[in-house]
Design a protein around this ligand. Structure first.
Ligand SMILES: C[S@@+](CC[C@H](N)C(=O)[O-])C[C@H]1O[C@@H](n2cnc3c(N)ncnc32)[C@H](O)[C@@H]1O
Length: 265
């Protein structure tokens, strides 16, 4: 991997810190007790970063999301790590009965409501539900959905941030996705190239510190691919997993993506 590519991330980190610094400092000024709550502070910092990074990241992923989400999502959709709810823009409204945003960072919720209002999903008519849990809290998610399983789970750039991802994904798919339901996946992952992976592991602690726990070195595509049912069999009856053309060969950046469409048996 070229050194120039390996160090390009420094500019992204610097930009993230610069853009989020003042709004975060202002919030600390207004509420100094934030300093005693590192998780709240980290989430606040990330939500301020996402105001700038979110729309750009969304635009970069647009062709892949259009191809993945628009034709395949249906019924009740659970968007894990919903962020500002960008996923709603790609849903075919005529096929969706409810959009459930799972977003533990409550600083994001107002913007989810804003996106929902534009895309035709509101809490008032029950087509938008916002849950503040992490994906690891499957029992709370099921209770909030009144025990009902969902038709579609969408996972966009979130599994990098989830604690115990392998266990969390397994429990989530087993408990909250209907048989025959779709799991749609677009994530950045650990590169199969040894040189790129080395740099991903090198930068992971710095990136994770600023970006609320996001790890550059997670092979989350393998975790999803390998989810098993309680009898130890693959939980999927259909699985399609692919990379993004050209990304791997170029190795021009540390964010190598995988796109997956899975159907539960
Ligand atoms: C990089 S953002 C992506 C947001 C959105 N999916 C998008 O594509 O615009 C990752 C999101 O995952 C959320 N997140 C972090 N840990 C989580 C967890 N354990 N369970 C669910 N969401 C989580 C973060 O709060 C953040 O909003």
């Amino acid at each position: 991997m070229k050194l120039q590519a390996a160090f390009a991330i420094v500019f992204e980190l610097a930009f993230a810190i610069r853009t989020a610094f003042w709004p975060t400092l202002l919030a600390i000024w207004k509420s100094p007790s934030l300093l005693l709550h590192p998780q709240q502070l980290s989430r606040l910092l990330f939500s301020n970063i996402w105001v700038f990074f979110g729309p750009v990241t969304d635009e970069n992923g647009k062709p892949f999301k259009e191809a993945l989400i628009t034709p395949n999502a249906y019924g009740v959709v659970l968007d894990i790590g919903a962020g500002f709810g960008h996923t709603m823009k790609y849903l075919d409204r005529t096929k969706i009965t409810k959009y459930v945003a799972l977003e533990p960072n409550t600083n994001m919720h107002e913007r989810i409501r804003h996106t929902g209002a534009k895309e035709g999903y509101t809490e008032a008519d029950g087509t938008l539900v916002i849950l503040s849990y992490g994906i690891e809290n499957t029992s709370s998610i099921r209770s909030a959905l009144y025990g009902q399983q969902v038709d579609t789970i969408i996972s966009i750039l979130v599994l990098c941030s989830v604690p115990n991802p392998q266990r969390s994904i397994t429990n989530l798919v087993r408990d909250t996705l209907k048989p025959g339901g779709a799991f749609l996946y677009y994530e950045h992952v650990l590169s199969p190239r040894k040189d790129v992976a080395w740099w991903q592991r090198f930068w992971a602690p710095f990136w994770s510190f600023i970006f609320d726990g996001c790890r550059l070195d997670r092979p989350s595509h393998l975790y999803v691919d390998q989810v098993k049912d309680r009898d130890g069999e693959s939980i999927w009856k259909e699985r399609e997993l692919r990379g993004v053309d050209g990304e791997s060969e170029e190795a021009s950046h540390l964010f190598e993506h995988r796109i997956g469409r899975y159907i539960k048996a």
